[in-house]
Design a binder for this molecule. Structure first.
Ligand SMILES: [Zn+2]
Length: 336
């Protein structure tokens, strides 16, 4: 049996235990003590709850404002789905009434946002999601409410045009994700950041099997980097961040010296992804899992001018993490 098979078997066992604990907690723990299970029972779900920091009823999948609409929808569902939804409702109501006074009054929110076009549309999108996705796939959403087991850690740019869930179809529970300016991974030596904090959790706790760093066309962060003066002592937070990819800038300036600024930026957009892949290996806990073939490291490049996507995978055999070390890639693909 391979290590991957052993791990999958271990996960299956975790699932059974978590589901059993979930059922027991709903049967035996009526209200306030259920919060300790939510925040402390599972390191995975516990992270989510403590990170969000809202009251437990924030998690209520059937808030009062929508209850009547949902009950109407539930009545129209096939009996199997109906029972699943009703179980969800029962579970959510068991979260207790002690904190109800802390909740937002959803009815009031609905009336207030009625005059705001952006939120009217957002509300409709949310209700469509609930009707078309959450209720129809209630069993799946109930499972991932207990804990998450994403196979991917995705690092993408904060750019509003780059949305991995949309472009690559990642569904809830499939990808642990962080988005930063220019989709950079700083090396270990640069110290703590949100990006390596997220990586630490994804690799060491969630034990993701894949890390995917996605670059993209017309990246404003890369343009800012390429525009920077080398000796600039900028107080800009943006400059202080993108300078993490300075090696890619120098490489682009050298390799594409006779090309236009825009072409140099394209070069840098792709090279910075490879720099980030190599920077991932500066973290011992990533390198260890990579060398044991428990973790694959991938690069990607989304060109939204032509709607194409390039994908490649770091090849363990041809890569070394020493300063300026070589790396090689495999499984390259171009989707168009
Ligand atoms: Zn960008």
């Amino acid at each position: 049996m391979t290590q991957l098979q052993m791990r999958q078997q271990r996960w299956s066992a975790k699932f059974v235990v978590l589901l059993a604990r979930s059922v027991i907690s709903r049967m035996a723990v009526p209200s306030s003590s259920s919060s300790s299970w939510i925040s402390g029972g599972s390191p995975v779900s516990g992270f989510t709850c403590s990170f969000v920091g809202f009251s437990r009823n924030w998690l209520n999948p059937l808030p009062t404002k929508l209850a009547k609409n949902v009950e109407t929808q539930v009545r129209s569902l096939p009996s199997v789905q109906r029972s699943q939804v009703l179980r969800l409702k029962a579970a959510s109501s068991s979260l207790g009434s002690a904190q109800e006074h802390k909740n937002y009054n959803l009815k009031d929110v609905g009336e207030i946002d009625g005059g705001q076009d952006l939120f009217v549309e957002m509300k409709q999108r949310f209700l469509n999601f609930k009707k078309q996705k959450y209720i129809k796939e209630s069993e799946y959403f109930q499972t991932i409410a207990e804990a998450q087991y994403p196979k991917f850690m995705v690092i993408a740019c904060a750019d509003s045009r780059v949305c991995p869930s949309n472009v690559l179809g990642f569904q809830p529970g499939e990808a642990f994700m962080i988005r930063n300016v220019a989709n950079l991974v700083p090396p270990l030596e640069n110290g703590p950041s949100e990006t390596n904090a997220a990586l630490e959790f994804a690799v060491n706790t969630l034990e993701v099997e894949n890390i995917l760093v996605i670059g993209h066309s017309s990246c404003g962060g890369i343009q800012a980097l390429m525009s920077m003066q080398d000796d600039a002592d900028s107080k800009s937070f943006l400059h202080k961040w993108v300078v993490n990819a300075k090696a890619a800038k120098l490489r682009a300036e050298a390799d594409a010296a006779h090309y236009s600024f825009d072409q140099q930026c394209r070069h840098c957009e792709k090279d910075s992804v490879n720099r980030s892949l190599m920077n991932l290996l500066t973290y011992p806990w990533i390198e260890d899992r990579f060398r044991k073939e428990l973790l694959c490291i991938h690069g990607g490049y989304y060109d939204f001018l032509n709607c194409t996507f390039e994908k490649w995978t770091l090849d363990l055999k041809g890569s070394s993490i020493e300063e300026g070390g070589a790396f090689s890639v495999k499984d390259q693909a171009f989707w168009c």
